[in-house]
Write a protein that binds this ligand. Structure first.
Ligand code: SF4
Length: 195
């Protein structure tokens, strides 16, 4: 992995990756979208069916809701970098710790290259991964959604300052649990104050 020094090199590695069973379901590679020096990085879980067929991120119903949330937060989607922890469609399988550990090497490299100042993990699994990665205590997304955490990153990104982490519910949670819609919207309306 040490030779992966650019987003293109990571993309090529992901295109050819067979490190877990999900490679069998990969149609188009769903890698990452946006500015390669974005200040804000959104991290979801894994590509859905539509994303797998098109190679685009967040284009299904949860993507439509995400666009609405970005408008509430006054964030231009084109100025973000958006990716997932798991790069291949999981089909009907659950995503376990084994796949997260295996695939997150690519996300870690993306973080090293993009060097975001703000990370917004979407949903429980992305949140637990990011909190653990930056040595912050893991807490349930239902308890910490919309809250700001600061991680000391030392020389890793060479920015000389802390990184902000703001966990959010995954937009798909609103599709599964409509009672969450207003709560999620409120979190994003308040998010712009932190950016
Ligand atoms: S999900 Fe990740 S680790 Fe598994 S095959 Fe795809 S790129 Fe490789």
């Amino acid at each position: 992995m040490t030779s992966l020094n650019s987003l293109n090199e990571i993309l090529e590695a992901v295109k050819n990756c067979k490190k877990c069973k999900f490679y069998k379901f990969r149609e188009k590679t769903v890698f990452g979208e946006g500015k390669d020096d974005a200040s804000v990085m959104l991290i979801g879980l894994s590509p859905g069916k539509k994303e797998n067929l098109t190679g685009r991120l967040f284009i299904g119903p949860s993507g439509i809701f995400l666009n609405e949330l970005l408008q509430l937060a006054k964030i231009n989607r084109e100025l973000l970098y958006i990716t997932n922890i798991i790069k291949c469609h999981a089909h009907t399988y659950s995503i376990g710790q084994k796949e997260i550990t295996t695939c997150s090497i690519y996300l870690d490299k993306q973080l090293e290259i993009v060097k975001p100042k703000v990370i917004i993990p979407l949903g429980s699994i992305a949140t637990q991964y990011i909190l653990g990665k930056y040595n912050l205590p893991k807490k349930r997304i239902s308890k910490i959604h919309g809250r700001l955490f600061k991680a000391s990153i030392g020389d890793l990104f060479n920015t000389g300052r802390d990184i902000k982490i703001i966990p959010m519910f995954h937009p798909a949670a609103a599709l599964r649990t409509p009672e969450l819609v207003e709560l999620i919207k409120k979190d994003w309306q308040e998010l712009y104050k932190e950016l």
